[in-house]
Design a protein around this ligand. Sequence first.
Ligand SMILES: NC(=O)C1=CN([C@@H]2O[C@H](COP(=O)(O)OP(=O)(O)OC[C@H]3O[C@@H](n4cnc5c(N)ncnc54)[C@H](OP(=O)(O)O)[C@@H]3O)[C@@H](O)[C@H]2O)C=CC1
Ligand SMILES: O=C(O)C1=N[C@H](C(=O)O)C[C@H](O)C1
Length: 234
Amino acid sequence: MAIRLIEEADDLELHAALTSRSDLDEMLGADVALDVTHPAASAAIVEFATGAGIPIVVGTSGWSSERITEIAQFVRGHDDAGAVLFVPNFSIGSVLGSAFAALAAPYFDSIEIVEAHHAGKVDSPSGTAVRTAELIGEARGDAGPVAAPHADQRARGQLVSGVPVHSLRLSGVTAEQRVIMGGEGETLTISHSTGSQSAYEQGILLALRRAPEATGVVVGLDALLDLGLPGTVA
Ligand SMILES: NC(=O)C1=CN([C@@H]2O[C@H](COP(=O)(O)OP(=O)(O)OC[C@H]3O[C@@H](n4cnc5c(N)ncnc54)[C@H](OP(=O)(O)O)[C@@H]3O)[C@@H](O)[C@H]2O)C=CC1
Ligand SMILES: O=C(O)C1=N[C@H](C(=O)O)C[C@H](O)C1
C-alpha cells in the first residue's frame, strides 16, 4: 500500500522497495526512507538510515521508549545523522483518540486500555497502546499515577507508564483501541476502530512529505498535526 501511495503521488518518486532479502545499501540516495517491516528488523534499518544521513519515517511497532531515547542520543551526537520520525499510528482518527485520552487523563484516576488487532500481529501491546499510555502518564502530571489495583495479577494486563494495557489478537479485526476511564459515578470511553488499511494513507503521505525537514527524533503524527502534545525527544 505504501508503494502504491508513493507511485501515485505527483510529488513523490519511488527510489527503491526493499524486502527482507534486500541489501540496506539500496536505500542510499533516497531523500527519505519509510520503515514498515518487522519489530526484529526495524532497529537495524533505522540505524542504517540515520547513519547514512537519510531521514526515516518509522511505522514499525515494538519500539520501547528506552530504544527511542538511544536513537535520539545517537542523532543528537552526530550532526549529519538523518532525522527519525516514529509514527506509532498513521491513522488520523487514532492519533486524535490518543490526544483526547491525554486531554481527559488528569480528570480520571482509573484508566485502562484495551486494544485488539488481527491475529497476525507479532508484537503486544501495540505501539499505539504504548504511545497512548505514555501520553496519559505524562498528561497526569500532578494528578499522579493511575490507580491500577491488583496489577500484579497477570490477567490485569501489562503496565505501561502505570496504565494497564490489555491486548486481544483476533481474526476478523484490523485494529481497535478503547481507553476506558473511570471517575466518581461515571465512565468515559474513547474508542477508535480501523476498518481498513486505507486509514493509514493520509498519515503516511503527511509523514513522508514532512520528514525531510524534520530534525532530531520526533514521536507521533500528532507532532505534525500541531496538537500540542509532547512529541520531540529532547
Ligand atoms: N504505524 C502504523 O500506523 C502501522 C504500523 N504497522 C506496523 O508495521 C509493521 C508491518 O506490518 P504489516 O505490513 O502488517 O506486516 P507484513 O508482515 O504484512 O509486512 C512486512 C513487510 O516488511 C518486509 N520486511 C521484513 N523484514 C524486512 C527487512 N529486514 N528489510 C526490509 N523489509 C522487510 C516484509 O518483506 P518479506 O515479504 O520479504 O518478508 C514484508 O513485506 C508492523 O510492525 C506493524 O505493527 C502496521 C500498520 C499500521
Ligand atoms: O500491526 C498492525 O496492524 C498495527 N500496528 C500498529 C501498532 O502496533 O499500534 C498500528 C496499528 O494499530 C496497526
